[in-house]
Design a protein around this ligand. Structure first.
Ligand code: TA6
Length: 300
């Protein structure tokens, strides 16, 4: 696969393709506006640092990158279901996209933004999991803004039910010092309290494990005083649910691919269509889930 990629994309100055011994190609993207790293395993963005900023995404130092397990960090694509499979307990958590090898179809530069297009796992793997005829593609724009567009097309003859998330891991200075704005007065399902519905009051802050599905996808602001930055996440109206997760210490210790203290410097804010926001996709229809991420220096 690497030879074919090198032949097709090797001439591009903004794209370097590495093929570590394990055969899972990784991409390094460098433009005047940003640098980023991706893996073709899951078409997963692993890092993104816009000009004048440190890497915005968190990647576990103990994750595997060899295709043997989902990559812990960056922006995993959860699709065509989020969390456990609705019927099949033996199916992989968060679907099949993040553990499939994707194809890089095109890579172009638009001024200072790199535009990469990927096609995802094909229909046969979905048929075995009750999702006949769903086709998947991902567009990634890497520049001052990181812009992901995950498009599902139902090329089958049956209506499909789709839940999905761009499961973004953000790097933070210290979890107890950050706050997430945008959810005041919204309701959320508390996955740590039997999915009970609760109401958010004010900013989302962290003193213990948090695993919540909010019923809105607002313009979300993650304020990080230690890194003197704020990260903005929007979905252009393609999402009406947001998952916020921090595993805290006990779960971090249980996760083999996460350092025991990993929870201290990360938070997941996931742009999603889950729970009440699950998508019904009739034959011939398409749906695109967008996540646009930008970062600014905190002035106050
Ligand atoms: O982000 C929410 C969540 O569903 C959590 O419950 C936790 O399981 C997390 O995803 C990570 O899932 P993973 O399968 O990557 O360990």
């Amino acid at each position: 696969m690497h030879q074919a990629l090198a032949k097709k994309f090797g001439h591009l100055p903004f794209l370097t393709i590495a093929n570590p011994a394990n055969g899972v190609p990784t991409l390094k993207i460098s433009t005047p506006a940003a640098t980023a790293g991706m893996s073709l395993f899951g078409a997963q963005v692993l890092s993104w640092a816009p000009r004048d900023h440190q890497n915005v995404l968190w990647l576990s130092p103990s994750t595997s990158l060899d295709g043997s397990a989902p990559i812990r960090g960056g922006i995993p694509v959860c699709w065509p279901w989020f969390g456990p499979h609705p019927e099949d307990p033996s199916a992989p958590a968060h679907g099949i996209a993040r553990t499939a090898l994707w194809n890089l179809d095109s890579a172009t530069l638009d001024d200072e933004t790199a535009i990469l297009k990927f096609s995802g796992p094909q229909a046969p793997s979905q048929q075995s999991l009750g999702q006949p005829g769903l086709q998947l593609s991902l567009g990634v724009r890497i520049g001052e803004i990181l812009d992901l567009a995950l498009t599902t097309t139902n090329i089958g003859t049956q209506s499909a039910t789709l839940s999905q998330a761009l499961h973004s891991y953000f790097a933070v200075g210290a979890i107890q010092h950050i706050s997430i704005d945008g959810f005041d007065k919204s309701t959320y399902l508390d996955k740590l309290d039997d999915g009970r519905t609760k109401q958010q009051s004010g900013l989302v802050q962290f003193e213990e494990e948090v695993d919540r599905i909010y019923n809105i996808a607002p313009t979300t602001i993650l304020r990080d005083p230690l890194l003197s930055r704020e990260i903005k996440i929007t979905s252009q109206g393609t999402s009406r649910s947001t998952v916020i997760w921090n595993p805290w210490s006990a779960k971090s210790q249980r996760l083999d691919d996460m350092p025991d203290d990993g929870y201290k410097t990360m938070v997941c804010i996931e742009t999603a269509n889950v729970a009440a926001d699950t998508i019904k996709l009739p034959p011939g229809a398409s749906h695109t889930l967008r996540a646009l991420i930008s970062v600014a220096t905190l002035t106050d």
